[in-house]
Design a protein around this ligand. Sequence first.
Ligand SMILES: O=C[C@H](O)COP(=O)(O)O
Length: 261
Amino acid sequence: MARTPLIAGNWKMNMNHLEAIALVQKIAFALPAKYFDKVDVTVLPPFTDIRSVQTVVDGDKLLLTYGAQDISAHDSGAYTGEISGAFLAKLGATFVVVGHSERRSMHGETDEIVFSKANAALRHGLTPIVCVGEPLEVRESGDHVEFCTQQTANSLNGLSAEELAKVVIAYEPVWAIGTGRVASAEDAQEVCSAIRAEVATLAGTDIAEGIRILYGGSVSSKNVAEIVGKADVDGALVGGASLKADEFATLCAIAAGGPLP
Ligand SMILES: O=C[C@H](O)COP(=O)(O)O
């Protein structure tokens, strides 16, 4: 089954709302409409930027979408500092990252919490990008495939097949995030194909063949072609390289199969 590649730019805690407007405009200028037939492009700014990004995207009728980096498991109430999926939906968000390794490690997010957040996203019509990935010591012990498939199962088991069909999964080996140490395309393919097999176990082959599985970890315009060229890698969750408009646009164009902008 042909799956349209998805390139998602996770800005992390970078860019204020004025810088966000400028970055989105530059990306849109550098990536003409023709590429959007072959690649889906989304940006994931900090919460405080989303309203500004929405205004630019709607006002200029841009073809890229936008989303958020986290979501509350709850819909409303006494949850100081949290952001409801209802608010994100109202802002026109399409995607929301759930269970990024930085939230798992720095904010104690367990698979159970990740599952609740994925559910919250789906409840509000948002597409969760559910992140899994092994730390360095697991990779070195050779247990990375089992670790990631288990994390996938624990984070998604309980969703119906119909819900699972709407999820995007991102494989992000922790040791490759922000380190410049990119996993090889073969490493990415090994784990992404095992994750797809796990989804088949949870929801059947048809759903597994349809869902998008991204790779994330030091992706740039230099390595994206090889990575998304692998059979089970359907795009990338990009951190650092998504903060530079020309680099991000080039990366998206390569994922679209070219030509370079
Ligand atoms: O969400 C994105 C990833 O954590 C990858 O970040 P990076 O491209 O800076 O390594």
